[in-house]
Design a protein around this ligand. Sequence first.
Ligand code: SF4
Ligand code: FE
Length: 487
Amino acid sequence: MKLMTGEEYIESIRRMRIEVYMMGKKIDNPVDDPILRPSLNSVRMTYDLAQKAEYEDLMTACDPDTGEKINRFNHIHRSTEDLVKKVKMQRLLGQKTASCFQRCVGMDAFNAIYSTAYETDKKYGTRYFENFKTFLRYVQENDLVVDGAMTDPKGDRSLSPHEQADPDLYLRVVERRPDGIVVRGAKAHQTGILNSHEVCIMPTVAMGPEDKDYAVSFAVPVDTKGIFLIIGRQSCDTRKLEGGTIDVGNAEFGGVEALVVFEDVFVPNERIFLNGETEFAGMLVERFAGYHRQSYGGCKVGVGDVLIGAAAVAAEYNGCAKASHIKDKLIEMTHLNETLYSCGIACSCEGNKTESGNYIINLLLANVCKQNVTRFPYEIVRLAEDIAGGILVTAPSEKDLRDPVLGKVVEKYLKGVASVSTEDRLRILRLIENLALGSAAVGYRTESMHGAGSPQAQRIMIARQGNMAAKKELAKTLAGIKDRKNS
Ligand code: SF4
Ligand code: FE
């Protein structure tokens, strides 16, 4: 199997015919669009790093079924070591891009579907596991990017899928044919789908028997007839149209999300991984969410590394790097960031083998990881803003800096320490702004809150997995409380 180079990947996306809209217009060439291109560059990094000998161990893996070298993003985890390497790979990519590199959702979907399809087949005699393995082999052989799509629009949150006033608010099967199914609905907040070759659909909630039509999982190419994307806005996204490199903060990399609509899309039988077996919907959701909550203990930490470094540089440029409170704030940021990493590593080390043979993280620890991610990046950003100073949000534009008259004024009055150019000072401040408030804040802040499930979703899992009964027994034993029915 051949690993694609970054350039080959870009060209492979260029050949696709994805129907995409942004700001009310159809985008015919998303690959070269200035607002969208940075997100493609981020995914490209998953290919570029896989070509480098120094990163081979993290970025690639050997598939035991074929003996072939594949990109780790297309790997089924076969050990706790694989789970650990996944987190390290994500931290590395966060460091290199300071953004969401998008390819993890497919990897997390693969591993969740792999074990769930196996167990569904065991109960129902279906052939979803074989279907999935054939699909995965195709993905590995062609080194593709696959978007893992879970989140339905959900309409009235108090109602189950079949109770919604509009039945399309959860993606569903609208027709069953001898050769496949026809589906309708949408998936919201889809990270990276624009830069993906295929999309892998999963249900978004546990379901009862009446939700049969909604318990569906499958994969299709993103440019399949009937699928179209509406790109989500990011804060400051139109700065990318201004032509400079300073005000965008991170000129090369970014993320992208979209609302993806399925208008009566045909899915052939061999691409179906779940179709009506409602009791397995919850298992699939729980496992995917668990893997993606582990992921955040890698990617957000890598981005955090960049932000901490940027804050330290800003302090130097301001001439206050030696102040004890600045040093202490940088220590606190590091402590918080490494705590997230510790959670990502811990839930990987404590993983276990599923019936299908792949490895799953420790679900309790993965949920603790993500719960911390809903908080710590906010504190890290707060401290970065504290260190950077108000100039973070009041600095004049790059155009002012470049202006023959105003430029001299900006140069003179926005100077920090004499040895550093005003331009470099502005560059580091804009990078912090990008991560704290700009387009990267989608991935570093709000996605830290809601991506892979909102905080309450983790608390439900923590309650379920926390084994309170055992803890109570420990306490009763030590307190000398014996066998009384007074718990
Ligand atoms: Fe990967 Fe993180 Fe983006 Fe999810 S949020 S796709 S884990 S980089
Ligand atoms: Fe995410």
